[in-house]
Design a protein around this ligand. Structure first.
Ligand SMILES: Cc1cc2nc3c(=O)[nH]c(=O)nc-3n(C[C@H](O)[C@H](O)[C@H](O)COP(=O)(O)O)c2cc1C
Length: 332
């Protein structure tokens, strides 16, 4: 066992990539700074900032194959605010995080970080339908922290370095007397998360996720059944607890508040957020994603807490930066 663990440590960890459903050449501009993900060998769940959730719907768990640890990297990279692309024709994997891009090719020890060639000690390979990527290179390139605990067989991946960087940048902006804005969003299936990231980029805002204390499982949001989300929406008193602590909201003049529409209005966790934090005096700009419903009912609900709330925007995955800027201009 010890030999196995030391072999794992020697070669460091290798991430396994589940390629199904990956969009080629995807790019993201925003990082979920301060995200800490803990995974464990054989466990299909991971924790993201302490909240437990399934790694994917297939029940994929990190595993050790040939003394190497395989993790489903897609979930990790996406949770941390990056994206994964796969080009089946060229067998190329593209990882993007913030402004950095890594390109790797199956079977090749040549990798490219922002177009600059680098040599890998281990070539990415497909084993059992998964692409194995050298985590040391990825972690160093994206400045993630990766820790391996041999006793508990836990792997911790975090982007705290970036968090510190962005805190400094944030502080700089404040000292320079600039107005600061934050995008704060809740999202279960990432539609609102993607829109939130676009808004954060378009407005140069810091971005924060409202993470529920009890994560929503697929069953919890299966709205054709008597699911948790439906029960909460039908219960005036439901206030799902929030795991995230927002202790620096005083720094922000403007808050872009995002959520999916659930049964015509905002999810009850947004009520929890509005009742927990005092946002009075700030410019509040609500935005949502939905199947088709508009945002106006939820804006009315926010008005009960914050009478000066601005006009909301319903967005989609194809909402453009120009549309975001027009919404902001029209709200002035
Ligand atoms: C419990 C529940 C209720 C929903 N109710 C509505 C609705 O009333 N109108 C609508 O257009 N979409 C509705 N949707 C669809 C979501 O608003 C839509 O899929 C949204 O983009 C999900 O955002 P997310 O990926 O950020 O979680 C509902 C989804 C769930 C889970």
């Amino acid at each position: 066992m010890r030999k196995r663990i030391s072999a794992i440590l020697t070669i460091f960890m290798i991430f396994g990539l589940v390629l199904t459903g990956c969009a080629a050449g995807a790019e993201t501009d925003m990082k979920n700074s301060g995200t800490e993900i803990v995974l464990q060998i054989g466990n299909p769940n991971m924790t993201v900032n302490g909240a437990e959730k399934a790694i994917d719907s297939e029940g994929t768990a990190p595993l050790i194959v040939n003394e190497r640890t395989l993790l489903p990297i897609r979930a990790v990279i996406e949770e941390i605010g990056g994206e994964v692309g796969w080009n089946g024709e060229t067998s190329e994997v593209t990882l993007t995080y913030g402004n950095d891009e890594i390109k790797l090719e199956i079977g090749s020890t040549e990798a490219y970080l922002n177009g600059k060639k680098a040599d890998l000690d281990t070539a990415p390979a497909i084993i059992g339908g998964r692409t194995m990527l050298p985590i040391r290179f990825i972690a160093e390139s994206f400045k993630f922290e990766v820790k391996w605990d041999g006793e508990t067989q836990k792997i911790t991946v975090s982007n705290k370095v970036d968090s510190a960087d962005s805190a400094i940048a944030s502080e700089d902006k404040k000292e320079a007397g600039g107005k600061k804005s934050a995008v704060i969003y809740f999202s279960c299936t990432n539609n609102t998360k993607r829109l939130a990231e676009k808004i954060a980029t378009a407005t140069d805002s810091d971005i924060f996720e409202i993470v529920p204390k009890q994560p929503y499982t697929d069953e919890d949001i299966d709205y054709n059944s008597d699911c948790r989300a439906n029960r909460e929406q039908n219960d005036d008193l439901a206030r799902p607890e929030i795991l995230t602590v927002f202790d620096n909201l005083a720094e922000y003049d403007t808050v872009y508040l995002g959520y999916p529409i659930w049964w015509g209005t905002m999810p009850k966790i947004i009520n929890t957020f509005l009742e927990t934090y005092d946002l009075s005096g700030k410019t509040i700009m609500p935005f949502c994603t939905s199947g088709s419903s508009g945002i106006s009912t939820s804006v009315k609900a926010i008005k009960a807490y914050l009478p000066d709330v601005k006009e909301g925007m319903r967005g989609t995955s194809s909402t453009t930066e120009e549309e975001i800027k027009t919404w902001i201009e029209n709200s002035k």
